[in-house]
Design a protein around this ligand. Structure first.
Ligand code: ZN
Length: 415
């Protein structure tokens, strides 16, 4: 609460300045680190960036000293679920079956505030998981200034093949709310159109899933069904992405034309190369697997490392080798909102350089998600900026405690 009051105070105390000059030790512009650069903001835009001598500042501009800090674009979270909370608090089935969309939306109000204050200024949300279009309405509430949160890009209910999704374990006469919307055959075109009409910004498809609880995943939609959903999305100026973790599910999703593959745990070097050839990015969600393994009792030690984690480390290295675009996205919601930094740390731990991780969370995500004016510090881009203590190229853990957050030119945190 204290942070929220501070945020509101900051909005009113800085909001009236036409120009704001931010003076950190260094700036990561989305691609490169620059020592001794400053950035000038006017209203909600970055208007100049570079060495202080080269910047023309209006009289009366407000100066903000960010000494000792690195300024960079706001983090773009690639895979969140604002309508879920950690599975060690309440398991997924019980969240879908026992928590109403109202309760889940009230929780989401807290989730989006925590996300913004931890440095996430844009978030791609990958499905409401049984809460209908609550993600669309939370986004609207943020855009209308009723609550604070990141810019949201939302999937709505997501689409699963008939019979493939959960909660499962009931006899056929019991109707339970599903975690996504079922569809099959020609009907998939209608489902995509309805979801887009109801406010989904993109379409999420489940290309494979566990057909029965406890078994391994198998493909769900046919290539033809995926092609129909993708082309229907694209003709509406949107795009589709796929949850997939089996090689065949991933292959169909790539050939069907999706933009990103979510998870990709069973990806092989051949599949990652196919993705690269077809310009499909991988969102590896490393932190979700890590969190679930810990909920099952793993302490994080190498000695007792679960097979799931060892395999994921191998496939992540193969993805890095293949050169496929890797988008930052942790599946936050499986673990606590605001702890998005966990994915950044695990990406480094599994072999990605700090430099590449920073690019992924900013300029790469902006490019892959078609966010033209975000993810980079350049003139005319939107003023979504954060600052961390020290240098994130040397220590990825600095994201545990983000010190400064600006979204759309408004300061929400300055510690
Ligand atoms: Zn997810």
């Amino acid at each position: 609460m204290k942070t929220l009051i501070t945020a509101l105070f900051l909005i009113s105390s800085y909001g009236s300045f036409a120009q704001i000059l931010l003076k950190p030790d260094r700036i990561f512009d989305g691609k490169k680190m620059h020592e001794n650069w400053v950035v000038l903001i006017e209203d909600n835009k970055i208007i100049q960036v570079g060495e202080l001598n080269n910047i023309q500042i209006s009289l009366g501009a407000k100066e903000i000293d960010l000494k000792g800090k690195t300024l960079m674009p706001g983090i773009i979270e690639g895979h969140s679920h604002i309508l879920l909370h950690p599975y060690n608090e309440t398991n997924w089935n019980d969240q879908v079956l026992k928590e109403s969309p109202v309760e889940r939306s009230i929780r989401a109000v807290n989730h989006v505030r925590s996300s913004l204050l931890s440095g996430v200024t844009t978030m791609r949300d990958l499905g409401a998981e049984g809460a209908g279009y609550s993600d669309v309405y939370i986004k609207k509430s943020i855009d209308n200034g009723i609550i604070i949160g990141p810019r949201l890009i939302v999937a709505g209910p997501a689409i699963v093949a008939t019979g493939a999704y959960g909660p499962k374990g009931f006899h056929d006469g019991v109707k339970v709310p599903l975690g996504a919307e079922e569809s099959s055959g020609n009907q998939v075109i209608e489902t995509v159109r309805r979801q887009l009409g109801n406010g989904a910004n993109f379409i999420k498809i489940y290309a494979d899933y566990r057909w029965a609880a406890g078994e391994a995943s198998n493909p769900t939609f046919s290539l033809k069904e995926i092609e129909d959903m993708v082309s229907t999305s694209e003709s509406a100026g949107r795009y589709a992405v796929a949850h997939a973790s089996t090689p065949e599910g991933m292959r169909r999703a790539v050939l069907g034309g999706v933009q990103t593959i979510e998870h990709g745990d069973g990806g092989t070097i051949e599949i990652f190369e196919l993705m690269k050839e077809n310009n499909v990015a991988l969102c590896p969600t490393l932190a979700a697997g890590d969190a679930i393994s810990r909920y099952n009792g793993w302490k994080g030690d190498l000695e007792n490392e679960p097979v799931r984690i060892s395999n994921k480390k191998v496939s992540f290295k193969e993805a890095l080798q293949s050169g496929v675009d890797i988008v930052f996205g942790g599946d936050v919601g499986v673990f606590s909102h605001g702890e998005n930094y966990r994915e950044l740390e695990i990406m480094v731990d599994y072999g990605m350089s700090n430099q590449k991780v920073l690019e992924s969370a900013t300029s790469v995500n902006a490019r892959v998600f078609h966010l033209d004016k975000l993810g980079n510090i350049k003139s005319n881009f939107l003023a979504d900026l954060i600052a961390v203590e020290g240098n994130p190229l040397k220590d990825i853990k600095v994201f545990r405690d983000v010190k400064f957050v600006m979204k759309d030119g408004v300061i929400y945190k300055n510690e």
